[in-house]
Design a protein around this ligand. Structure first.
Ligand SMILES: Cc1cc2nc3c(=O)[nH]c(=O)nc-3n(C[C@H](O)[C@H](O)[C@H](O)COP(=O)(O)OP(=O)(O)OC[C@H]3O[C@@H](n4cnc5c(N)ncnc54)[C@H](O)[C@@H]3O)c2cc1C
Length: 222
């Protein structure tokens, strides 16, 4: 286990480019961009986690994703040492990057290229995204975010809802009543509760719609 939360430096490097270390919270980076009058990271403001995690997952929301703003990433590879990769080398896809296939590599820092914008308008867009998030997501309960990837041509939450699975509960884990795409912890949920609930959801959605749901969350077995 490597803790990157001490890597918290960020700066405006040149022109409209921000460089930040992997442990910088995404919300802080988006705030910094706003104060610098740089647009393009508004989508990232409400995504919990660090820049390193967001690069690895190609995190995205509301039509934006990290792929659109990242220009280079410096990472530590166990065999090769520290390398700087261009955006083209990062193999970004839906919730996927080169780091999804190289779990031993550690993102150290990344550069994002943004566009000049009015800070008040940027702040307004961030607030709008946050309000939409609060209205639609069960942020009042612990969760790992969207449980399943979006299947091609569908939305996972809509399929789960159509199968009548909102509120389905295993132990302390529950398919959120507010947004069926989230498995929430109603209190005391165990690893087994969550994975069993996910299994039941996958089985019932497949039986009723023929669509296979793939986890977006990464399951780490001790
Ligand atoms: C309420 C809620 C809402 C969410 N909404 C969204 C959303 O709208 N869009 C979205 O995309 N995600 C969303 N998520 C999921 C999550 O916030 C993102 O995937 C985020 O990018 C994870 O960042 P993290 O730093 O917490 O990484 P972790 O969850 O700790 O790790 C994620 C992956 O990245 C790897 N990783 C982390 N740091 C590094 C590093 N420095 N170098 C190499 N690999 C690394 C980990 O090994 C792991 O494989 C949401 C989660 C929650 C709880």
């Amino acid at each position: 286990m490597i803790d990157t939360t001490g890597l918290r430096q960020m700066e405006r490097s040149e022109g409209n480019v921000l460089t930040a270390e992997a442990g910088v919270p995404l919300a802080r980076l988006a705030d910094f961009a706003c104060r610098e009058g740089l647009a393009g990271l508004e989508f990232a403001h409400g995504i919990p986690g660090t820049l390193g995690g967001a690069v690895c997952m190609n995190a995205g929301a509301y039509g934006g994703e990290m792929k659109q703003v990242i220009t280079s990433v410096t990472a530590l590879f166990p065999e090769e040492g520290i390398r700087t990769l261009t955006a083209e080398e990062l193999d970004f896809g839906y919730r996927h990057s080169l780091f999804s296939d190289h779990p031993d590599a550690v993102v150290l820092r990344a550069a994002v290229a943004l566009t000049p914008g009015d800070p008040e308008e940027i702040r307004g867009r961030m607030q709008d995204f946050m309000a939409r998030r609060k209205a639609s997501q069960p942020l009042e309960f612990p969760s790992a975010g969207s449980t399943f990837k979006r299947p091609v041509g569908h939305f996972a939450g809509t399929l789960i809802d159509q199968c009548g699975l909102k509120g389905l509960t295993v132990g302390g884990a529950q398919v959120s009543e507010k947004h069926a795409g989230f498995v929430i912890n109603r209190g005391g949920a165990t690893f087994d509760d969550v994975t069993e609930l996910m299994r039941q959801v996958q089985q019932r959605v497949y039986a009723e719609t023929g669509v296979r749901l793939e986890p977006e969350v990464r399951i780490v077995e001790a």
